[in-house]
Design a protein around this ligand. Sequence first.
Ligand code: KIV
Ligand code: NA
Length: 270
Amino acid sequence: RAPHSLPSLYALRERQEKIAMLTCYDASMATLMDEAGVDILLIGDSLGMVLQGHSSTLPVTIEDVAYHTACVARGNKTAWVLADMPWGSYHESPAQAYANAAKLMAAGAHMVKIEGGAWVAPTIEFLTQRGVPVCAHIGLTPQYVHLLGGYRLQGKNEGDAQRLQAEALTLQQAGANMLLFELIPAPLAASITAQLHIPTIGIGAGPDCSGQVLVIQDILGIFPGKKARFVKNYLAGRDSIQAAVRAYVDEVKSGVYPAPEHSFGVVSKG
Ligand code: KIV
Ligand code: NA
């Protein structure tokens, strides 16, 4: 396949082909995922938990993400490379965000991801005007775990749902090129996706997003600890990581994943 670009990702949304994203932190997995048809490789700050063993994403630094982004970029040929802006790397000012985003772009990122609501709109505007594509991340934003009181479903009541809906529009207006929702009710993700013209990616957000993302350690069943409801083990019953990643891509593309049991607020069919 030809290397992905923003237009090729938008074309997937246009023809209603689901976008398959996975987290990726090293060159070997980047090559494997690229060859398996993963559209977007996310160097997530989840690396703080799954690689570094921390109990949250807060200790991750811009140097950590830049290092793993460079590793992924060397192994990748055609996937879109998305790198997380970690805790403390964009919160002070748009200028601070630009200086740190520039490190990730120099390491090989094609786009950066920023957690936060309407307050990040000026930062998104600043970055996109200066040539840094941005994916906004709303709903459960793990960097804000201490304010949110845990890793729990967001947008459950009418007021919160309306706030998320308004935030999504504000962030698109500010120039966000993609929007990721984590842990929000499926009907809310569907309604926001229908309102926007940019692609949306969900994790624990139901089937009606433009694409899906999961953490690679979760789909291989190798992350110790409590398994989130939206996680599915793709290595179970298969004999290679290649086969597991291919099965994930197939199930995202065909809409088999996520099923109602992986989502919240879905009336189960049948
Ligand atoms: O850091 C990460 O892996 C993420 C995804 C779970 C969306 O942000
Ligand atoms: Na993240």
